[in-house]
Structures are given as C-alpha cells and as structure tokens.
Write a protein that binds this ligand. Structure first.
Ligand SMILES: Nc1nc2c(ncn2[C@@H]2O[C@H](COP(=O)(O)OP(=O)(O)OP(=O)(O)O)[C@@H](O)[C@H]2O)c(=O)[nH]1
Ligand SMILES: [Mg+2]
Length: 351
C-alpha cells in the first residue's frame, strides 16, 4: 500500500560577509594605501539523496535549516572565510517543490546525488578593490549579499513496513495513534476503521518505519463476512505483520485463542504466502488484566497456540510496552531492509 509522506521545511543560505574598509598602517609609511579585504561567500544549502532513509519523519521535528554566513573581510587584504555549505540528507525518491510556487525543483533518486536549493550570498568587496590612479584612498566597500531563503515542500511515496492484523476492536487504531502521528478513529465498537490508514513511526533521528492499519477481520472474512478480506492485499507488501489480540474482549465468552486461530485460517485462505509472512503476536489491553494474573494468562495463551514467534504485551491506550515493541520492530526492519529478498516472498522485488 502506497501513500505519500509529506513535509515542508525552510532553508536559509548564509549571507555573504561584508567587504572591509581598512588602510595600511605601518611604521615609516605615513599614509598607507587601502587594504580592506573582501567578505567571504555565504554557505549554500544542498539536499543529498541518501539510501537507508525511508520516510520524511525527521522533517517534522527539525524544520529550519541554515547554512553558515561568510565572515567579513579584514585588514591587510584578508578575505573573510566562506561559510560552510549545508547538506541535508533526504530519502531516495524525494520530490522537492518550491512551497510557494509549487514548481518542481527536482527529485533525488540516486545515493549521494545532490541538489542546490538555496544559494549562499556572495561576499562583499573590500575597499582595496576601488583603488585607482585618481582615488588612492577609497572609502567605498560593498556589503555581502543576502543568502537565498526558501520554503520547500517534500513528497515521498512510501510503502508500509508493518501491517496490523486483528479482530475488530482489538485496538489496532489505538496502537497506531500511540506510536505515530496518524489519527485514525478509535471507538469501542467493531468496524470503527473502514479504510486503511498509514502512520510513520519515528524511533529516533534517521530511523523510522511505516505501519498500515486496516479494518478488523472476522471469521468468514475470506467469504465476504464483515468488511471482507479485500483489505488484506494492503498488507501483501509489508515485511512484518503485527497480530493484535484483545486480552479482554467485550463479550466475555470470546476466547482470544480461538480469535487468533480464526484469523490465521482466514489469512491462509486469502494467501498462503501472506500466512507465512513473519508475524508477531501483540497482546493488547494488558492494563485490564490484574497485574498478578498477567503472566499466567499470557503463558496459557501462548501454550494453547503453540506460539514460537515474538510476543509483546502492551497497553495501546496507556502506551505501556509500545516503545519496546517499536524499538524491536525498527531493529528487525533494518535487518530485513539489508537482506533484501528474504522477507517471506517476492515482497522486496516489488518494493
Ligand atoms: N483498556 C484498554 N482499552 C483499549 C486499549 N487499546 C484499545 N482500547 C479500546 O478498545 C476499543 C477499540 O479500539 P480501536 O483502536 O478502535 O480498535 P480497532 O482494532 O482499530 O477496531 P476496528 O477498527 O473496529 O477493527 C476502543 O474503545 C479503545 O479505546 C488498551 O490497551 N487498553
Ligand atoms: Mg480501527
């Protein structure tokens, strides 16, 4: 499932340094000539394509980027130091627009490819430049030019790394709200979510992944029960499925074990390959279970399911356990991104 991640940032190139006004002052030279040096150029701002970045999440945290200004010129014809250029790493595939004019500036598609987005201001001229046969002590200088400033809009097509799977009301949308900026609707009745939603999970700088929330599935979904199983195709290109289990279902006789098995069966009916995709069990609403019963209940559930894969206990509503889970997911996804082709099936070929 593709969606477009977006961000807007402001880039400010450095101003040029002013030219200096200065006259030589040395012993025994009573009226030295002009020796004011030029100002240094301001640094420019470049975007650089970098593989390994996958979303624009970082640009929701840092939105203003400034390159260094040039230093002013000095006496003894010293030119001011130029400001350092600033290089901003962006994911491959990022389209860059001028936010005001909406004009496309460029697209970064190759690792290391760079795009100049704001020119540094040129340094000004020192008074030495204005020396002539008729004017031996010019008092004229030129100030540095301002650096270019611009609002940029980024767009990036991203694919979901993680898919949420679960019965209606399991807490999938609550989980997505807990770990991302996405705001899918949450309510205490089944089938609250009617369309897939995507959210970007930013674990820390330069590390993020995308989660897809889909409508809940029920037994018989493969035959069209509930909202049907058509939404499962949105999970077909994900790397990991998170199977959310409501540990305290609304109807007391609903058995979490039977719920997990029912979904596994639907998954198999829909697509044998997807059924074999890496799947983690996420036991949700753990806050509703008395603390002294949690371990026993979890153990018994896993035993009945003969579950061998990863398991996490969380409370999506309080956020408990969510950070551990997203950290582990990030690490696993980074590994899977590196070993392309090993994710279940042909997922990577299509990514
Ligand atoms: N106590 C508690 N309630 C939770 C937790 N997670 C979700 N809920 C509640 O469970 C209900 C269902 O949550 P949703 O996030 O809408 O569930 P969903 O899986 O997205 O449901 P559908 O979109 O209908 O498939 C809501 O009332 C949530 O507030 C949790 O960790 N603890
Ligand atoms: Mg939902």
């Amino acid at each position: 499932m593709k969606f477009v991640d977006e961000a807007t940032i402001r880039v400010e190139a450095g101003n040029g340094g002013n030219g200096a006004m200065s006259f030589r002052r040395e012993k025994f030279i009573p009226r030295g000539g002009p020796d004011g040096g030029d100002g240094g150029d301001g640094g420019s701002v470049y975007l650089v394509g970098r593989s390994g970045l996958n979303t624009l999440a970082d640009f929701r945290h840092t939105r203003r980027f400034r390159a260094e200004p040039g230093k002013k010129g000095g006496g003894a014809n010293c030119t001011g130091k130029s400001g350092e250029n600033l290089f901003i790493a962006v994911p491959l595939g990022t389209r860059v627009m001028d936010a005001e004019t909406e004009e496309l500036i460029g697209e970064l598609t190759r690792d290391g490819e760079s795009l100049l987005v704001a020119h540094g201001g040129k340094g000004g001229l020192g008074n030495t430049r204005f020396k002539s046969s008729t004017n031996r002590s010019p008092r004229r200088t030129v100030p540095g030019q301002p650096g270019e400033q611009r609002e940029l809009a980024f767009e990036l097509q991203v694919l979901a790394d993680v898919g949420l799977l679960g019965l209606p009301n399991a807490g999938k949308s609550t989980f997505l709200r807990a770990v991302s900026d996405a705001r899918p609707k949450v309510a205490d009745y089944p089938f609250t979510t009617l369309h897939p939603h995507l959210g970007v999970v930013r674990v820390e700088e330069l590390r993020s992944f995308v989660v897809a929330d889909i409508p809940g599935l029920i037994e018989g979904a493969a035959e069209g029960a509930g909202l049907g199983i058509q939404f499962l195709r949105h999970l077909s290109r994900t790397r990991i499925l998170l199977h959310l289990v409501d540990m305290m279902p609304l109807t007391p006789d609903a058995d979490p074990v039977a719920g997990v098995r029912a979904l596994e069966a639907e998954l198999k009916k829909f697509d044998a390959k997807l059924a074999k995709r890496e799947r983690w069990l996420v036991l949700n609403k753990i806050d509703l279970i008395p603390e002294d019963e949690r371990e026993a209940r979890t153990k018994s559930l896993l035993k009945k399911l003969k579950w061998k894969g990863p398991v996490y206990s969380i409370s999506a509503i309080s956020g408990a356990g969510c950070r551990e889970l997203t950290q582990a997911l990030m690490m696993r996804i980074e590994k899977l991104r590196k070993t392309k082709g090993k994710t279940g099936d042909a997922a990577d070929k299509n990514r």
